[in-house]
Write a protein that binds this ligand. Structure first.
Ligand SMILES: [Zn+2]
Length: 78
């Protein structure tokens, strides 16, 4: 079964505006052949994602909500 959401940030692939290079990750999390954030600190990743979303012009409340959802992504499950 194929993933429908990015395993790092939970973004639905259907909403990915970029060109995906990986089966498991969206074009934000994985590009130029590697993960943009290779560490495993959820907090650092969430902060970077939040900043990126706000920079793209997303409403801050929406960005906060999506940032919250990241913790449920397969990559961060312990
Ligand atoms: Zn992603």
């Amino acid at each position: 079964m194929k993933n429908k959401n990015c395993e790092s940030c939970m973004m639905p692939f259907a909403k990915d505006p970029g060109v995906r290079e990986s089966e498991k990750s969206c074009s934000y999390c994985f590009n130029n052949g590697k993960l943009c954030y290779e560490g495993n600190d959820l907090k650092v990743f969430q902060e970077a994602s939040y900043d990126a979303m706000v920079k793209k012009g997303m409403n801050k409340y929406k960005a906060k909500f999506f940032t919250f959802l990241i913790r449920f992504a397969p990559r961060w499950k312990k």
